[in-house]
Ligand binder design. Structure first.
Ligand code: FAD
Length: 344
C-alpha cells in the first residue's frame, strides 16, 4: 500500500514538473512601419501574461528588427524570457508564406503550448495558416482568458458570448486588442535574452509588391481617444469634410470613422470602416452621426466608453446603446457643434 501511494505521488510530481517545464507561450510581436512595435502586441502581451507561464516573443522583419527588439525589451515586467529575432529580406511585407514555416519550426523546437498575436491583418493571415500546419483549431479574437484551456469570444456579430474550451495541445490564438489593457513599460527586473534566428527563408510562393498606406496626421482608429463616425446620411465624399473638421479640433486625439454604407457609397476609404467586417474600436468618446445602428456596426464600437448618437430619426436603433442622443438633422447640428467647439 505504501509503495503504491509513493508510486502515485511520484507520478503526480513528475506530471507537475513536466507541465512546469514545458508549458510556455510564444507571442508573435508585430513590426510596423519604421521598425515600430505594433501597439496591439502590447494587448497580446497582457493576454499572454494571464496564462501565467513563461513568455517568449518573436519578431519578423526585412530590416530594423533591432529597433523593434529595443522597444520590446522595455516591457520587462511581462515575464518575457527570450526574444527571437528573424530578419531577412524575405519577410518584407510579412507574407505568411515566408513567416509561417519559421513559426512552425520554433513551435517544434520549443513545444509552445500557446501561440498568441494581437488581432491584426498580419496575425489573421499567419496564425490560421500555422494552425492548419499543426492540425489544430485556431482560436480567434478572444476577449478574455479564463484559464489555459478556456477563452471568451464574441459570436454572431457580438450578439452572443462564447466560452470555448480547447483540448488541442497547441493553442493558436488571436487577441482582440480593445479587450485587454496594453502592457505598461518597465517595472520588471532583468532583460529578455535575444536570439537571432537563422532565417534563411526561401519564398517562391508569393512576392511583396507594394503597400499603399493612407497618410494622415490623425491617430489610427484603434488608438484614437475620440471618433466622429459618419454614415449613409452624409450623402457625399465632400460632406465627410464636416467630420474631418470636427476631428481636427482635437489634434492627436480624434479621428474619423464610418459605417459600411458610407464606405460602399464611396464617401470615404474602406480603412475607416467600423464594425463586424471593419475595425473594432473602443475610444473614450464615439460620436455616431447619421448611422442607424445596425448590429454589424454596433459589433465594432459598442465597447466605447461614451457613445453619442446624432440622428434625425428618434427611433433609430443606435439610440438604444447611446449614452447621449440628439434627434436632429446632422447638416444643421454638425456646423453648429463645430462653431461652439471652436469657441471653446
Ligand atoms: P443606414 O442604415 O441607411 O442609416 C442611415 C441613418 O441616417 C438612418 O438612421 C437615418 O435616420 C439617418 N439620417 C438620414 N439623414 C439624416 C440627417 N440628415 N441627419 C441625421 N440623421 C440622418 N455595417 C457597418 O457599419 N460595419 C460593418 O462592419 C458591417 N459589416 C456587415 C457585414 C455583413 C455580413 C452585413 C450583411 C452587413 C454589414 N454591415 C456593416 C452593414 C449594416 O448591416 C448596415 O447596412 C450599415 O451599417 C448601415 O449603415 P448606415 O447606418 O450608415 O446607413
Amino acid at each position: 500500500m505504501f509503495l503504491q501511494s509513493r508510486y502515485f505521488f511520484s507520478r503526480l510530481a513528475t506530471s507537475t514538473i513536466h507541465s512546469r517545464c514545458f508549458a510556455s507561450t510564444l507571442v508573435v510581436a508585430e513590426q510596423i512601419d519604421g521598425g515600430k512595435l505594433a501597439p496591439v502586441t502590447l494587448n497580446a502581451l497582457t493576454a499572454a501574461s494571464q496564462l501565467k507561464q513563461d513568455i517568449d516573443c518573436v519578431i519578423f522583419g526585412a530590416d530594423k528588427t533591432a529597433e523593434t527588439t529595443t522597444q520590446l525589451q522595455k516591457f520587462n515586467n511581462s515575464n518575457i524570457k527570450k526574444i527571437f529575432v528573424a530578419e531577412n529580406v524575405a519577410f518584407k511585407g510579412l507574407l505568411s508564406e515566408a513567416v509561417t514555416p519559421v513559426l512552425l519550426d520554433l513551435q517544434k523546437k520549443n513545444n509552445y503550448t500557446h501561440i498568441l498575436g494581437g488581432s491584426s491583418t498580419f496575425t489573421k493571415s499567419i496564425l490560421p495558416r500555422l494552425a492548419a500546419l499543426l492540425d489544430v483549431q485556431p482560436i480567434s479574437d478572444i476577449t478574455k482568458v479564463v484559464d489555459k484551456d478556456q477563452f471568451i469570444r464574441f459570436v454572431y456579430a457580438g450578439n452572443a458570448v462564447l466560452k470555448l474550451k480547447s483540448n488541442d495541445t497547441v493553442k493558436i490564438i488571436t487577441v482582440r486588442g480593445t479587450a485587454f489593457e496594453a502592457t505598461k513599460e518597465g517595472g520588471g527586473s532583468g532583460q529578455a535574452n535575444v536570439e537571432k534566428l537563422d532565417s534563411s527563408v526561401k519564398n517562391d510562393l508569393s512576392e511583396f509588391v507594394e503597400r499603399q498606406i493612407q497618410q494622415s496626421e490623425r491617430p489610427e482608429l484603434p488608438s484614437a481617444r475620440i471618433i466622429f463616425s459618419g454614415g449613409r446620411a452624409l450623402k457625399s465624399k465632400e460632406n465627410f469634410k464636416l467630420l474631418y473638421d470636427l476631428a481636427d479640433l482635437f489634434p492627436g486625439q480624434a479621428t474619423v470613422g464610418a459605417s459600411r454604407a458610407a464606405v460602399d457609397a464611396g464617401y470615404c476609404t474602406n480603412d475607416l470602416q467600423i464594425g463586424q467586417t471593419g475595425k473594432i474600436v473602443a475610444p473614450d468618446l464615439y460620436v455616431a452621426i447619421g448611422i442607424s445602428g445596425a448590429i454589424q456596426h454596433i459589433a465594432g464600437m459598442k465597447d466605447s466608453k461614451v457613445i453619442v448618437a446624432i440622428n434625425k430619426d428618434g427611433d433609430a436603433p443606435i439610440f438604444a446603446i447611446a449614452d447621449y442622443g440628439l434627434v436632429g438633422d446632422l447638416f444643421k447640428v454638425i456646423p453648429e457643434l463645430n462653431e461652439k467647439l471652436k469657441k471653446k
